[in-house]
Design a protein around this ligand. Structure first.
Ligand code: GRF
Length: 198
């Protein structure tokens, strides 16, 4: 069986990348083909390399405000590995509509909130400040609108009394590591049924 080839884009430690990589074994229809970071020295690059996965870095700082140039360099780094699917996993750069159009229908992202609530940053602090009793994470297809594409899966966690953004983030992150692999497995099999956890 020819596997779907998955490139994973990261900016930091890559815990979601690791969860995805560890899930792509056996009968899973996909395999990792590249881990790509915009941050030189991102911890996830060393972790991926240690697992024998090809890695690359396109440092966005080299491009300044030239987002088009940065994204062209991203595609140049991706092309030799011929990915079928891109997974953004803790990737902290906003992509232009040109890049999202080029990968439309083939690019996923995980966001640490129950979208459509709290697109953007500081999601846990916002949920706590709003007095929400539930929080969680969402995997969605990436479109031109930030954190707004079709939702492919969600996982919910309780917000507990005394929670801080850090304690809530840790609880959500555990669920990200369950949700993203489950969504990718369906997505790579062309199964678009949403994954809802628990
Ligand atoms: C985490 O805050 C996670 O919620 C979000 O990206 C951040 C880093 O994730 N998806 P990772 O550990 O680099 O995968």
């Amino acid at each position: 069986m020819s596997h779907r080839r998955v490139a994973i884009l990261i900016s930091g430690g890559g815990s979601n990348m690791l969860a995805l990589v560890r899930s792509m074994t056996g009968a899973h229809p996909a395999r990792p083909c590249l881990v790509l970071s915009n941050v030189r020295g991102a911890g996830g690059l060393a972790r991926a390399a240690a697992l024998g996965i090809p890695v690359a870095c396109v440092d966005h700082r080299s491009f300044g405000a030239d987002r088009a140039g940065f994204e062209a360099a991203l595609n140049d780094a991706l092309a030799p590995h011929a990915p079928d699917i891109l997974c953004l996993a803790g990737f902290m750069r906003i992509l232009t509509p040109v890049f999202t159009a080029c990968w439309a229908g083939r690019m996923l992202n995980i966001h640490p909130s129950l979208l459509p609530k709290y697109p953007g940053l500081h999601t846990h602090a916002r949920a706590i400040a709003a007095g929400d009793r539930e929080a969680g994470c969402s995997v969605h297809e990436v479109t031109a609108d930030l954190d707004a594409g079709p939702i492919l899966g969600q996982a919910r966690v309780p917000v507990l009394p005394g929670d801080t953004p850090e304690s809530l983030a840790a609880r959500v992150l555990e669920q990200e590591h369950r949700l993203y692999p489950a969504v990718l497995r369906r997505f790579a099999a062309d199964d678009r049924r949403p994954v809802l956890l628990p």
